[in-house]
Design a protein. Sequence first.
Length: 490
Amino acid sequence: MSAADDLKKAQDKLADPNFRGTYEFEGKKYSRTALRDTLIPLLEERDKAEKKRKKETEAGFTSLRAQISAQEKLVKDLESTLFADRRAFKKKNLSEAELKASEKRLDDAKKRLTQLTTRQPVPTRRPTTTTTTKSGVGGQRTGAPNVAAETAGFGGKGGTTIVTTKPGGTTTVTTKPTTPVTEKPEAVVTDWETLVSQQAGEYQYLLDPKYEGVPELLRKAVQQGYFKSEEGKKQFLQEFQATGYYRNTSQKQQLFDKKTPADKRAAIGLEIEKIRSEYGEIQFDQATLEEVATAAARNGATAVELGRLVYRAAFKIGAAQPVFGASTAAKTALGGEDVARVRAIYRAYGQKADDQTIARILAGETDPASGVVMTEDMLRNNLRDIAKVSYKPFADLLDRGISVETIFQPYKNLAASVLEKTPDEVELIDASGKPTQFASALMGKDPLSLTEWMTTLKADNKYGWQFTNEAKQKSTGLVMDLEKAFGFRK
């Protein structure tokens, strides 16, 4: 039973007008007077001390739970960081000393977590004691006790209060100093990273050196007590916004960095699925796939931005020596639908495709010649302007948005028919992007009509009409007509 229950029960008994006997408590008997003057004051002190202790315990648990939660988050973040650091070490992008430092941070964080999970929220309370003396009325032994109570509460001063009831009902109250309750003090924390987890757990994920300028600021902040006052917290935010990390990252990136390792993995997993679904033909190795997905998740990439990240990685654009066909990813990317679409723009305007330009367009990278980021529309406009110079007779049609390929298609089909070839055998542009003999005939001052084009094909032996079945039949018919005219054939 709690001290509050004991107190209420005693008070109820004292308030009972029919109470005339003795009151028993913890094996002792109290007269009405002793109940009022001795036991109830003691129980009031017990109740007060118990409530104080309960409040301290609740506060201790709340503080300890917050520290444990913050430390658990730190351990998870450091585990994620160590995983990335080990991968970077294998790629020779991280030194052995940096890797060991990362391992030590994780080890220290785990030790601290163990300390927190085994710590008591408040010190153990010293039990209350009671003593008994002789007491009675009229000099007779009544068996009423002397009661000693700890009155200072946890960690307080003062001592033990002794209440003595003498014969005749006289009560004496004395206080004997006692040794204060002490506990072995906790070692002073000097590890600044641990101080960050205790004082500013919401920022401990920024302890990684990759967050430019922030670890140094956090160290300064805990050592100078920034987080112990509202003014100090404002000062920290002001200095945080001046760090390289804050200046060089977007809000989307900062929000991603705050996520738990589990949430980060989930976001990266979604991007991996998108890449596999939309760009499955590009054969990335696993490390590159995860790298691209991580960048997409951290940047909150749109569909267009994801595509640029994919092609930037496939062609290694941005590297000291970009490649456009050497790697498996680059080769498979060049065979994909997006590349085919851009190549079709070149073909439509009678130009040879440039793989490097295509790669930069798809990756959204700056063109070194123009200094701008080339788009498919810009490429189409540029090729149209070039075509207007090469195919002057058709400039008006090109200005109306009609491509060279579309303009030449009727001429191509007619040539194939007249020369008894398939349309694919009548190319107007050769492999190097130069006009063939067919296109050259169409590049004069004025455009040829289809009738004029057919006459040209039959009249100029370089096109080979004389070898067609039609030419042979006409040639045979002409010979027969001549033979008839000279009487050699009836």
